[in-house]
Design a protein around this ligand. Structure first.
Ligand SMILES: CC(C)(COP(=O)(O)OP(=O)(O)OC[C@H]1O[C@@H](n2cnc3c(N)ncnc32)[C@H](O)[C@@H]1OP(=O)(O)O)[C@@H](O)C(=O)NCCC(=O)NCCS
Length: 192
């Protein structure tokens, strides 16, 4: 099973999102082998990934998602996706609604904290509501030790919907789901 390669390119203020392809394994592997990046992307403790695991992960997600490579100045710096909601705990709260989730990773650590994540979420959120006609877009499994991630969703109008206290000994004390509704999105757009 190969990666599902769409043909959508999205332009934000600071970054461009272009389709992820089967030609991207080298950069995706590099980012997925960096312990510092993995510390923030995964709420569980994970070991640096091998190529088959990386391929399986992105190919699997791509069945139900638009997967993108984030580019800044023409160079790949990370990955992100807009995926159909896959968490039962969310779906049962929103029966019959079109729910999506955004996940992202800036793999080039030197670029953290420069506004790129905020820009990527803004671009994917717009795509989700305006093109895909989603009812709700979520950011899921955001750990308390990752305030940057929490902040970039909140800066885009997302609010905390669920706080899940984790058992003692887990990496995170609390994980959060954040949500933005279609109505809230368009209200923000009108104000802007
Ligand atoms: C999380 C991530 C996507 C954020 O993107 P980014 O480009 O680094 O973030 P931005 O520069 O757009 O915004 C960061 C915000 O967090 C704030 N911030 C940074 N460190 C913080 C801290 N320790 N506490 C609170 N806020 C903090 C910044 O001040 C900024 O907010 P501001 O613009 O209001 O000042 C990026 O850092 C990343 O990919 N990290 C590794 C992988 C990851 O964590 N993925 C998400 C998994 S849920």
């Amino acid at each position: 099973m190969k990666l599902w390669e769409h043909n959508t390119t999205l332009r934000g203020g600071k970054s461009t999102l272009r389709p992820m392809t089967e030609g991207d394994w080298d950069i995706l592997l590099r980012w997925n082998r960096d312990p510092e990046v993995l510390y923030f992307t995964d709420i569980d403790v994970v070991a640096p990934r091998e190529l088959p695991d990386v391929q399986e992960m992105y190919r699997g997600v791509s069945r139900n998602a638009f997967c993108f490579i984030i580019e800044v100045g023409g160079e790949p710096v990370g990955e992100c996706w807009l995926q159909k909601m896959n968490l039962e705990r969310v779906l049962r709260e929103y029966p019959g609604k079109d729910c999506r989730r955004i996940d992202l990773m800036i793999g080039e650590k030197g670029l953290w904290g420069k506004g790129i994540g905020t820009d990527v979420i803004s671009t994917l959120t717009r795509f989700g509501f305006e093109n895909e006609k989603a009812d709700f877009v979520f950011g899921c499994d955001i750990a308390d030790y990752n305030p940057r991630s929490l902040r970039v969703f909140q800066k885009n109008g997302y609010r905390i919907e669920a706080e899940m206290v984790q058992p003692p000994g887990n990496k995170a004390g609390i994980i959060y789901d954040l949500v933005l509704s279609k109505d809230e999105y368009y209200r923000r757009e009108r104000r802007a």
